[in-house]
Design a protein around this ligand. Structure first.
Ligand code: AOF
Ligand code: ZN
Length: 365
């Protein structure tokens, strides 16, 4: 079916729209990052992607870019154009008003306000609509949005760096540099494409990390920093708290655990949110992720230590796992993972990053 409807040119322009859309990952939450390319007579007359904060949408941005040239054009869009009245009129209306004659779309939008109505609306306007080009790729790019809408939690990416013999740090918890500069850059790119980065307070106590994106020119793409901290032990002198005025820092504790620390952290510029306590006193991470989704977070990455990693894996809340292994052994230390990954994780990619080796695993749906 897909091969009959779509030409080689269609594929090229959709790939371009996908690349555009990817640029906005990490910036557009609570909305998905949608790429849109307007093409007339094989020439690109307009391009757009969802703007930071989620509005304007990709299609209206591309239409504004094209001006009058959008009339009679084909729109390549990475997600079903919306059909609902939010702060602005629906993109389906905007495409019709601009005179677009055909819409090629990668994948439907599961948002209950849209869910097929965008396509119905476009067809009612007499626009030709072809759906399903690069559907798999688009679904991967929109994983955050799909997870938030369908599961009520963000897409969760877990990253761990370990020595060749499987340790994350030396015993005693001192900060240990495991991976090299190439792997480090890759992690900072992942940070830029995440809406939030989450760690357990143990990682803060031992490493005092910044958790920002330090790639040159991309500092403004730092994600929201989230600390899972049941008893609110996050030190006021930590780098996270000291920079909370510049980069939003959310501390997720348990209800009623430490009212004084709560006040102090708030006064220092952190946002403190309280969730249910598990029987052992720890934060209910499933509830924590639901809370992040309610706040609009669609993509979370976590670099937070073996305890949080184990909790997420055991609760079946880690969607993608990146294991970076250095060629050097530590001999002894804190083990990365107690035991192997569960069988539901399928290796999907294996690559080199300088001297390190990166393996990516995806959870079976
Ligand atoms: C599009 N193009 O670029 C994006 C879309 O709150 P609103 O009114 O901005 O609507 C948000 C919803 O719109 C979001 O949940 C998703 O379904 C869709 N996002 N749609 O046509 C876009 N970002
Ligand atoms: Zn829209």
């Amino acid at each position: 079916m897909a091969d009959r409807v779509f030409s080689a040119a269609d594929r090229q322009f959709m790939d371009h729209a996908l690349r555009l859309g990817r640029r906005g990952l990490g910036l557009t939450w609570p909305n998905p990052s949608v790429g849109c390319v307007l093409v007339k007579d094989d020439v690109i007359v307009g391009r757009g992607l969802t703007q930071p904060g989620g509005r304007p949408h990709g299609e209206t941005t591309a239409i504004a870019h094209a001006g009058g040239s959008a009339k009679g054009a084909t729109a390549y869009v990475t997600l079903e154009p919306c059909s609902h009245y939010g702060k602005t009129a629906p993109c389906s209306d905007a495409l019709a008003r601009a005179g677009v004659s055909r819409v090629v779309c990668a994948v439907g939008d599961p948002d209950p306000r849209v869910r097929g109505r965008g396509f119905t609306m476009l067809r009612a306007y007499g626009i030709a609509v072809d759906v399903g080009l690069r559907e798999h790729e688009a679904a991967l790019d929109h994983r955050g949005h799909f997870s938030r809408i369908r599961l009520g939690r963000p897409f969760v990416q877990l990253k761990m760096a370990m020595s060749s013999d499987g340790f994350v740090a030396v015993k005693g918890g001192a900060r240990t540099q495991i991976s090299g500069p190439r792997a480090h850059d890759q992690v900072h790119l992942m940070r830029a494409m995440a809406d939030a980065i989450m760690v357990g307070v143990g990682t803060v106590l031992s490493d005092d990390p910044m958790l920002n994106c330090r790639l040159p020119g991309m500092e403004r793409r730092s994600p929201i920093r989230v600390v899972i901290d049941s008893r609110l032990r996050l030190p006021l002198a930590s780098r996270l708290v000291r920079t909370a005025g510049d980069i939003p820092t959310w501390v997720l504790g348990t209800v009623g655990a430490a009212p004084e620390a709560e006040r102090a952290l708030r006064a220092a510029g952190c946002e403190v949110m309280l969730v249910r306590r598990m029987e052992d006193g720890s934060v209910d991470v499933a509830a924590a992720l639901r809370l992040l989704a309610v706040r609009g977070i669609t993509r979370v990455m976590t670099e937070g230590g073996p305890t949080l990693a184990r909790t997420l894996i055991d609760a079946d809340l880690a969607d993608e796992i990146w294991l970076t292994r250095s060629p050097d052994p530590l001999g002894d230390g804190v083990p990365a993972l107690a035991g192997p990954l569960p069988a539901r994780y399928r290796p999907v990619e294996s690559r080199h990053a300088g001297r390190d080796h990166v393996e990516i695993f995806l959870r079976e749906p």
